[in-house]
Design a protein around this ligand. Sequence first.
Ligand SMILES: Nc1ncnc2c1ncn2[C@@H]1O[C@H](COP(=O)(O)OP(=O)(O)O)[C@@H](O)[C@H]1O
Ligand SMILES: [Mg+2]
Length: 289
Amino acid sequence: MPDEGPRIIALASGKGGVGKTALTANLGVALGMLGKKVLLIDADIQMANLGLMLGMEQRPVTLQDVLLGHADPRDAVYNVRENVKFVPSGLSLEKMLRVDEEMLGEVVQKLAQGNDFVLIDCPPGVGPDALAALNASKEVLVLTMAEPVSVADAMKLAIFAERRLGLTVTGVVVNMYKGMKHEMKEDEIQKLVQSPVLAVIPEDPLLRKASIEGVPVVVRHPDAPSSLVITGLASKLAGVAKVEMRKPKKPGLFEAIKNLFKGFPIIGHKPKLQEARRGEDKIGGVEKK
Ligand SMILES: Nc1ncnc2c1ncn2[C@@H]1O[C@H](COP(=O)(O)OP(=O)(O)O)[C@@H](O)[C@H]1O
Ligand SMILES: [Mg+2]
C-alpha cells in the first residue's frame, strides 16, 4: 500500500466516456463530506470537463498556465466546498499544449501537500498526456464498464500501470452497470483484471442529470443509487469501511493475457513519451467523443 503522505490517485480508463470525470467530482466531494482534505486535478487537458461537472467552468488561472510557467501552482487552486479544492484545465485553444511530464509531477507534488487525497482526472488510454498524469500519481483506480471490451481495456491498463509504471492498482470501479445479460459479473471482472472491484456504480439518470447541471449527484441526490455506491467507495478509500483486498492470482493467466497485447511491451523500464506515442494506438487509443 502507499507510503505516508497524501494519497495521489489517478482515475484512469482504457477509453473515454466511462465516467472518470464524473467519478472524480463525486468521489472527491464524497471524501470531503467524510472530513478528508481533497484536491481534484483536471489532467485531461484536451477535454477539461471536470470544471463543468463541478459547476466551476472558466476559472481565470488553469493547469495550462502553471505548466506554461505563467502562473504559480497555488493560483490555479479553487475552493469547491468544504475540504474540497480543484485545479481546472483550460479549454482555450491557444493554451493547448502537451503536458510536460516532469513538470506535472512537480506541480502535483507541490499542491498535494496538506491534503489527504489528490484525485487526478486522467485522459483515457496511455498516450503522452495520460502517461504524464499516471506518472504523477502513486495509485490508480481503473474505471470500466461491464462490457467485455471495456473490461479487456481495463485489464490492459491495470497491467500497464502496475508493471510498467510501478503504480499501485488500488482497484477497479465498474460504472454504468445496467444488469444486462451481456455484462460481465463482478467476480469475472475481478479475475480478469486481477484487482479488487471496489464498487459497481449503476447507470443512473440522476447522476447524468446532476452532471449536466454542474452539481455532483452526491450533493444533489445523496440517496440516488449512484450516490450511495460512490459514498460507500469513499468510505472504503478513507478507511472508514474495510476494503476487501482480494487479489485473485492464477498462475499462468498473465502469460495468457500477455498475448492480448500483441507486441505491446508490458514488463520493463518506465516508458518515455516517444515510446508512449508508439504504444498509444495499441492500448485503447485516445478519446473520441
Ligand atoms: N453511473 C452513471 N450513470 C449515468 N451516467 C453516467 C454515469 N457515470 C457517468 N455518466 C455520464 O456519462 C458521460 C461520460 O462521463 P465522463 O465522466 O465524462 O466520462 P470520461 O471522463 O471517462 O470520459 C457523462 O455525461 C456522465 O454524466
Ligand atoms: Mg473525462
